[in-house]
Design a protein around this ligand. Structure first.
Ligand code: ATP
Length: 235
């Protein structure tokens, strides 16, 4: 497969270190990511594989601008040609959930228990497009739930998180993640909390959506078991 000319996300010489905390014995910052680089291309999945503690999640958090104040980040993170390192918080908020969608390990933790799933997807859409009417958001929610192949989109949209299965919740999170037509998706261990059979379905869905929507995906996993033989991984 020929890679597209322009990467959607380009990470270059990324270094992340944490300042010592008051109760730590260390006197100097501890570097946990040592100059990594990669490019994400449209319609492709890039798997970031490594053992626990190797810095996968902090790499993802740095792209999202979600590292704590004790973190020092250097290098370059370009999304759609725009440098993200050093940009202001308002711009970063627009990037999160807008130009970059996220899928995390525990869909239950990412959703609010007191709102329906449909409401929460609609809210994510309206956060990034204030001109969207409630009716338009509602029909887009159903369309998104269809795209992620939930069996009864209307019922799931009306359900509260505790009324849905883990697999349905993760599909709803993927619907939310693709809702604003992101350039890139970051999926941090998206199947760890799911049953084995559902894990394969969710990975297949992410692969299928990537190809169909032309988005690019950074898939973070410590599970070397399915990589690199999985047909969905490009690299
Ligand atoms: N807020 C923080 N303050 C200080 N050190 C941190 C912080 N967050 C992460 N680290 C350290 O950074 C290193 C990388 O952590 P990270 O969570 O990115 O690993 P990981 O590869 O995602 O692991 P896992 O597969 O277990 O999730 C670890 O040594 C961790 O202790």
């Amino acid at each position: 497969m020929t890679p597209a000319a322009e990467p959607t996300l380009s990470v270059l010489d990324l270094r992340i270190s944490f300042a010592p905390t008051a109760d730590s014995a260390a006197a100097r910052p501890r570097e946990v990511v040592h100059g990594i680089g990669f490019d994400l291309h449209p319609g492709r999945v890039l798997a970031l594989v490594g053992e626990s503690g190797s810095g996968k999640s902090v790499t993802a958090m740095s792209v999202l601008g979600l590292l704590p104040g004790t973190a020092r980040v250097s290098g370059s993170i370009r999304l759609g040609g725009q440098e993200l390192l050093g940009i202001d918080n308002d711009t970063l908020r627009k990037v999160r959930g807008g130009r970059v969608g996220t899928i995390f390990q525990e869909p239950m933790n990412a959703l609010n228990p007191v709102f329906t799933i449909g409401n929460q997807i609609a809210e994510a859409l309206r956060t990034h497009d204030r001109s969207l009417t409630a009716a338009a958001a509602g029909s887009r929610v159903l369309d998104l739930l269809e795209q992620v192949e939930v069996r009864d989109p209307r019922r799931i949209a009306r359900s509260y998180p505790h009324e849905a299965s883990g697999g349905q919740l993760q599909r709803a999170m993927i619907a939310m993640a693709i809702g604003n037509d992101p350039l890139a998706l970051i999926a941090d261990e998206p199947t760890t909390a799911l049953d084995v059979t559902v894990q394969a379905q969710i990975l297949a869905l992410i692969g299928e959506l990537t190809a169909r929507l032309g988005t690019s995906v950074l898939l973070i996993t410590h599970d070397m078991g399915w990589w690199p033989t999985s047909p969905m991984t490009s690299r």
